[in-house]
Design a protein around this ligand. Structure first.
Ligand code: AP5
Length: 216
């Protein structure tokens, strides 16, 4: 296990951040964390895709960035989070998935909510492209599958969709954005004593077990 040898005083009334490169397994692991902590998942990627599907001006603004694999501007994302955190279910903290992604977003978050733990799922670049290109989503349940690593049941395979940004070109741009703009946050949170790193380059259940160990 690669869990850092630090002890966390996880205040369960505060928020948790799920951190990692595209395709690290944040969405895959989020359900179990939601179940274990009772905190609602706040995924900026899911919120942006919902806005796009609804045809809102926010969705249309975000579309060009998302499809190219670039980050949506900080002010758009921060407004989205400020609004989401005013909802009743956010009072006891939430599980952030895919937010914050820049130091500017993290500084804004520090003014909006207390973060007690950042779980970083560590996966090398050479494993990411295969994961992303093989990902399929069930539009009815939101469940995440993979053509090789987690095949969907045959009865739903006909309705699976592939995200528009799940192609090799966009993944490479997303990885560049991650390394340039997002990965410095790991040091930022480590200096605050909040970062726990788990090995995401192993079977999904083993990643989940490491995350449980951090939470417990
Ligand atoms: P977002 O939706 O957040 O995408 P992402 O961070 O790139 O992460 P993914 O959803 O691609 O991956 P994941 O870590 O959830 O992996 P998953 O569990 O699905 O953001 C999309 C876009 O929105 C961004 O590019 C940007 O434009 C914009 N955006 C969003 N938030 C933003 C923000 N805060 N600021 C600015 N812009 C923002 O797993 C991937 C695949 O791998 C699946 O098929 C899964 O089955 C498989 N898998 C998972 N774990 C394993 C394992 N252990 N072994 C083998 N396969 C595995």
């Amino acid at each position: 296990m690669l869990i850092e040898k630090v002890y966390f005083a996880v205040d369960m009334s505060q928020s948790i951040v799920l951190f990692g490169p595209p395709g690290a397994g944040k969405g895959t692991q989020a359900d179990a964390i939601v179940e274990a902590t009772g905190k609602p998942q706040v995924s900026t990627g899911d919120m942006l895709r919902a806005a796009l599907a609804a045809g809102t001006s926010l969705g249309l603004e975000a579309k060009k960035y998302m499809e190219a694999g670039e980050l949506v501007p900080d002010d758009v994302i921060i407004d989205l989070i400020e609004e989401r955190m005013q909802q009743d279910d956010a009072g006891d903290g939430v599980l952030f998935d895919g937010f914050p992604r820049t130091i500017t977003q993290a500084e804004a978050l520090a003014k909006i909510a207390e973060v007690s733990l950042v779980i970083s799922i560590d996966v090398p670049d050479n494993a990411i492209v295969e994961r992303i290109v093989g990902r399929r989503m069930d539009p009815e349940t939101g469940d995440i599958y993979h053509v090789t690593f987690k095949p969907a049941p045959a009865e739903i395979s006909g309705r699976l969709i592939q995200r528009k940004d799940d192609n090799e070109e966009a993944v490479r741009t997303r990885l560049t954005a991650y390394h340039n703009q997002t990965s410095p946050l790991a040091i930022w949170y480590a200096e605050k004593g909040l970062l726990a790193t788990v090995n995401g380059n192993q079977a999904m259940d083993d990643v989940g077990a490491e995350i449980s160990a951090v939470l417990n």
